[in-house]
Design a binder for this molecule. Structure first.
Ligand SMILES: [Fe+2]
Length: 270
């Protein structure tokens, strides 16, 4: 089944899987209204999204070809952490409610396992990079050069999710490949400074009215300002795995992880 799906996806060029009538990334001169809409959403909400960016049949095919890898060949990672991912944030009492422990568990498939896939081809598709650079206000974006980290497919099975955290990178670009039956939603809180301890405590204790939920369907491309936007993924409910691709672009060329970082993220260095 995987080979048949693979053949169908690979037989078409990347652009044939995308809704370029709605999102004309291949015609940069026609993208200005879309870019302005995305920039306004990023400024106001901390994220912008393109629902239906990948066509329904194509994203279903991508899910079908990637699911066996997520189920059988992924790196399972489970840990408890605080929102800052540090053991001892300077100047904060260990029992401060802003340091309440979070549960994270997920499965990761690395880029060297999916070099043949549609998702990898989309990551390398130059019009996407050019579009994202304009949305993010960068002169240009570069592919990451790390053979494991460039594109990751994250899988979440029933009960798995991401605890509240801030990202290390300024922007995160994702493509939802398969939504879970329930749960598996991105919850986030725009405009919360990392050092606003009372604000963080209020968020973690469920007292923050500015907390939002991003419900997306398969095929949605999302750009997320994760370094200044606290976020989590709620635990998946039901038997359908949540599958999401994470695309890593940088505003400088040649970015790779260290061997120690690869071991921590993927359980292997090469
Ligand atoms: Fe994140």
């Amino acid at each position: 089944m995987q080979n048949r799906t693979h053949d169908i996806l690979a037989a078409r060029a990347v652009h044939e899987h995308l809704d370029l009538e709605r999102y004309p990334l291949d015609q940069p001169g026609h993208c200005q209204p879309l870019i302005e809409r995305c920039r306004e959403e990023l400024a106001r909400l901390g994220l912008c999204s393109l629902p239906g960016f990948v066509r329904t049949a194509s994203i279903a095919g991508a899910a079908e070809e990637l699911l066996p890898l997520v189920r059988e060949r992924s790196f399972f990672h489970s840990r408890r952490h605080n929102i800052y991912f540090t053991d001892t944030p300077p100047g904060i009492a260990a029992d401060h409610p802003a340091l309440a422990l979070q549960e994270t568990s997920s499965r990761t498939v690395c880029d060297d396992q999916i070099a043949w896939s549609f998702v990898h081809a989309l990551y390398e598709w130059p019009p996407l990079r050019d579009f994202l650079a304009r949305v993010m206000g960068k002169p240009r974006l570069h592919l990451m050069e790390d053979p494991l980290a460039r594109v990751n497919v994250m899988g979440y099975r029933e009960g798995e999710g991401l605890g509240w955290h801030f990202d290390r990178s300024e922007f995160t670009t994702t493509l939802l490949i398969q939504a879970s039956q329930d749960g598996g939603h991105l919850e986030y809180r725009p405009d919360l400074a990392q050092d606003d301890l009372d604000g963080v405590a209020g968020l973690l204790e469920g007292r923050d009215a500015a907390r939002r939920t991003h419900v997306q369907r398969a095929g949605t491309l999302t750009v997320f300002k994760g370094r200044n936007t606290a976020h989590c993924v709620t635990p998946v409910v039901g038997e359908t795995d949540r599958l999401i691709a994470v695309f890593s672009y940088f505003d400088r060329p040649g970015v790779v992880f260290s061997a120690a970082e690869r071991l921590g993220f993927y359980g292997r260095a090469a």
